[in-house]
Ligand binder design. Structure first.
Ligand SMILES: C[S@@+](CC[C@H](N)C(=O)[O-])C[C@H]1O[C@@H](n2cnc3c(N)ncnc32)[C@H](O)[C@@H]1O
Length: 371
């Protein structure tokens, strides 16, 4: 039974753990920045196709302790790489080290590479491996001297759903947008609005969640070329996911002041096949209003670091805060911002906060209204 590691953005670990448990995997363990679990070969496809918040899926090939380069070398060389990497395959190595004796990542990277070359060179009877064939990305992590060696089953990060053909400035990672929507406990019942929608990521992820559509149905994964896996696992995973889709009516809206962003959002919604569910419009968030007793606002306004100056951002938060105050108290509002004075500018203290990372930027998701 293979083990898997699913790295994720800091702050999303519990959500990823819940997703993995929902898929029925065993021994799910949530750690800082990653989730570990145990499953069958078919789960390589199921995890890749279904995970909304995980960054990638790694098949674990070895775990051992190493405080010296020799131990790292021998631990890696002891893995049966020939079972996974063919004679001509390319095998780049990437990784990280946290709180460990072996802290130099470039040095560890070259030791891992050397050990794999040594093993495969011996098995294939070659001094130099050509590395002209399929790409098999090796990823290592060293945490408190515990080494985990994995093969990347995803290829491009899972945040790349395949629907964001063209971007706008400062787009949100799809995995983070999905997490924001899930954290508001959205299930597709109430209207969901993003008044600072940019390229539409939050609204599109909300539509995928409302429809219970697996986010990975429109893309391919590195492990699809692994000859060790039965090809049927990918078809089965897609069938299983499609059987679980809902076909209801949903009210999801995104607005942005910038007509070019709205055009891009509409285009992305078409690529994501949710253009029947999401509506986008050119609109000013500071004038946002909506009829109806229940609803959600989930949004990511400019931070004042990347898109506009801090003072401008504060004035915008103030005006947006006034618009939000006019909504019935039954509405749930969740705003992602890295601005340290967000609550003061917005005009109210949040009822709840959740620390999240937008790439390297530390943010809070500020919750308002009935939670
Ligand atoms: C941080 S970006 C949102 C990115 C978006 N979440 C995405 O994934 O692409 C903020 C957006 O707010 C828009 N914006 C700025 N002021 C606005 C206003 N008063 N009303 C509506 N949109 C505004 C900008 O045009 C920009 O697209």
């Amino acid at each position: 039974m293979p083990d898997f590691v699913i790295p994720c953005l800091l702050g999303l670990e519990k959500l990823v753990g819940d997703e993995v448990k929902k898929l029925g995997l065993a021994d799910v363990r949530v750690e800082n920045g990653r989730v570990l679990c145990h499953g069958a070969a078919a789960d390589i496809a199921r995890l890749n196709v279904n995970l909304r918040c995980g960054a990638r899926v790694l098949l674990v090939l070895g775990t051992f302790r190493a405080t010296e380069f020799e131990a790292l070398f021998q631990g890696v060389k002891g893995i049966a790489w020939e079972d996974w990497i063919g004679r001509d395959d390319a095998f780049p190595v990437a990784g990280y080290s946290i709180n460990s004796t072996l802290h130099s990542v470039p040095a560890c990277q070259s030791i891992v590479k050397k050990a794999v070359c040594d093993r495969l060179g011996g098995k294939y009877g070659l001094q130099t491996l050509p590395e002209t064939g399929a790409r098999k990305q090796i990823r290592f992590s060293i945490m408190k001297d515990e080494v985990t060696i994995g093969l990347d089953a995803s290829g491009e990060g899972l945040y790349k759903r395949g629907y964001r053909a063209v971007g706008v400035q400062a787009p949100l990672r799809e995995t983070l947008a999905a997490a924001m929507v899930l954290l508001t406990k959205y299930r597709g019942l109430d209207p969901l609005c993003d008044p600072f929608c940019g390229s539409g990521t939050i609204a599109i992820e909300a539509a995928l969640i409302a429809k219970n559509r697996a986010p990975g149905l429109n893309r391919s994964f590195a492990a699809q070329s692994w000859t060790q896996l039965d090809r049927r696992i990918w078809l089965d995973a897609a069938d299983e996911a499609m059987d679980k889709e809902f076909h209801g009516e949903y009210e999801i809206w995104g607005g942005d002041l910038d007509p070019a962003a709205v055009e891009i959002a509409r285009h992305n919604a078409i690529l994501a096949e949710v253009d029947d569910t999401v509506r986008f419009a050119v609109a000013d968030a500071t004038r946002f209003h909506w009829g109806g007793q229940y609803g959600r606002v989930v949004t990511n306004p400019p931070y004042g670091e990347r898109l506009m100056e801090r003072r401008e951002a504060e004035a915008l938060y103030r005006a947006f805060g006034r618009a939000m105050e006019k909504l019935p108290e039954t509405w749930r509002v969740a705003v992602l911002s890295s601005h340290t004075e967000f609550e003061r500018s917005f005009g109210r203290a949040a009822v709840k906060k959740r620390k999240l990372y937008n790439g390297m930027i530390k943010c809070d998701l500020f919750f308002y209204g009935k939670q």
